[in-house]
Design a binder for this molecule. Sequence first.
Ligand code: PMP
Length: 358
Amino acid sequence: MKEFEKNIRKVEPYVPGEQPQQKVIKLNTNENPYPPAPGVKRMLKEMEADRMRLYPDPTAGELVKTLADYYMVDEDQVFVGVGSDDVLSMCFLTFFNSEKPVLFPDITYSFYKVWAGLYRIPYELCRLDGDFRIVKEDYRRDNGGIIFPNPNAPTGLYMELKDVEDIIDHNRDVIVIVDEAYIDFAGKSALELIPKYDNLIVVQTFSKARSMAGMRIGYAISNSRLIRYLNDAKYSFNSYTMNQAALMCGPEAVRDKAYFEEGIRKIIRTREWAKKELQRLGFSCLDSKANFIFAAHPKHDAKEIFEALKSEGIYVRYWGSERIEQYMRITVGTKEEMTVLLEFLEKYLTAAEESAKS
Ligand code: PMP
């Protein structure tokens, strides 16, 4: 082994869902099946290439102001980044510096473990209960910080705000991050708790309900003190995280509240219908409040179903990891896409049951 090898920072990276280049029914990375707000399209058309000659505004001023107005907070309470992955990574770097372990659920967004590994942060996993719910009492032990998504991923289960508050309240001496990537499809946000708890950070994204995963915009909202710490870390890393196109298009998406709300309604309607249809086919589905459904079939192997779907050009997500070997995560697409999925599943299950009989 080369001498320099021992000084290389080795990490086990996050594995993102596939982005196939051919046309498929893509229900594997929780993207929104509908286009972004019309104002975004207009802005992309009008944007002059000459703008790209200059560095973008390092403060992302207009985007920050638009978000602050929308959520009725001060501008110094908003931090923006390149998708919520960038924001969450900055949060790990900035706030999780204790010798004590950071706590997060055993089944959750798999990037948390990766950032903990990258930054050498100790962590402990809190086991979800038998129904895949977060057990709030598990977050009462000594720790160096807490993070969990609400709704959780990949289960889609939403935790009531009073339970979220219970976790924040029992951990006043550490930073608690609530990752609300999917909150717009779910219920009450923890944003309203920010004036009450100085240890709370809420992280959200433009990738899901705002249909802009490709633009890479995420944000954190907290008190101005914690946001200042985040900005200090950002300016020690890369001043120009947000590109010009994102800075110009982001505010357009936020301003169009009616379009945003209608898009959410459509996805919720399709989600609830698809859950029932999957159950009719014998799947058991968790009661997801996100834009995806976590489903298992008691009689058919999830990996085999996943592969059969893939060979049919229908992509869903499958991990095969401990406790969730028999689950697939299916993003809620358009009703047409979900119909194709369901028709294939029905055919597949019938054929499998026929061949088991013979
Ligand atoms: N948090 C959770 C729970 C997620 O599932 C995702 C999406 N993969 C993210 C954060 C990051 O999304 P983005 O970087 O696109 O904002």
